[in-house]
Design a protein around this ligand. Structure first.
Ligand code: SAM
Length: 241
């Protein structure tokens, strides 16, 4: 039976625009480090690209400043294909510049997953592995080379304390296994409460530093980075609400 995906009606909304603008600014900075191995992990992927309410997208992007790079990546893909890039589509735009790069993706909705696989095979040559993150994330992260550069997007509609603690413990174990790993985590959550109250609920190991948090209505975003890149990621993140 068809399981509708809530994201279908949210593609290109303000939450997506802030999230993807941050993704672009951070990936662009990580590329400058000339990563030997560049790995993008998306625990809640949705699609590679999707239809989008372009009227809403254009009016919402006008409300933000310093997001020109993001708009230009979306506009050229829209002109070429008629579709709006989702997080994995944006990430592969950068990964393809690094010879040894790949993405590890997870998507729970069965119909979305089939469509995602088909889009990936048609639109990108970046190697990709689709996994079930609740069972396979530890082994996937343990297999990373010691000096990898890693970007992890955690983007459920609603972040639970239980999922957060399992995912953070796994990512932290990977980062602690090698002092050379450079890692960024971007997290999105849709929640009623205030940003400070929200992020104080979610504990994070001291190997990570919180770089920025954003709140727009019920949309919450936070960026964390390992100390070896925290200052430069902080300078790269320029989105202003
Ligand atoms: C907010 S959307 C992701 C949007 C996408 N990351 C982007 O920025 O373009 C959340 C997605 O996570 C999927 N999802 C929800 N729970 C999941 C889980 N436990 N494992 C994998 N995917 C999940 C949903 O089906 C949905 O497609």
């Amino acid at each position: 039976m068809e399981q509708p995906n809530i994201q279908t009606n949210n593609v290109g909304n303000m939450g997506d625009i802030i999230k993807h603008s941050l993704l672009v600014q951070i990936m662009k900075k990580l590329i400058e480090y000339k990563p030997k191995t560049f790995v993008y992990v998306d625990l809640h992927t949705y699609l590679f690209h999707s239809k989008c309410d372009l009227v809403r997208f254009e009016s919402e992007t006008k409300k933000l400043s310093d997001i020109d790079d993001y708009i230009s990546i979306e506009q050229s893909h829209l002109e070429e294909t008629g579709f709006y890039l989702c997080s994995s589509g944006i990430a592969t735009h950068f990964l393809r510049e690094v010879e040894d790069s790949y993405c590890i993706l997870s998507e729970q909705n069965p119909q979305t997953k089939v469509q995602l696989e088909s889009q990936l095979s048609q639109y990108t040559r970046v190697p990709h592995y689709i996994m079930n993150h609740s069972t396979e994330l530890p082994q996937r992260l343990r297999a990373l080379p010691p000096s990898s550069t890693l970007f992890v997007l955690i983007d459920p509609f609603k972040l639970t304390l239980e999922d957060w603690s399992v995912q953070m413990a796994t990512i932290t174990e990977c980062v602690k296994s090698s002092p050379d790993v450079k890692a960024v985590i971007e997290v999105f959550d849709y929640d009623e409460i205030d940003s400070d109250a929200l992020w104080s609920k979610f504990s994070i190991d001291s190997v990570f530093k919180m770089i920025r948090s954003y709140q727009h209505k019920k949309y919450h975003l936070a960026v964390f980075a390992t100390h070896n890149i925290a200052d430069s990621i902080s300078q790269a993140v320029k989105v202003k609400l």
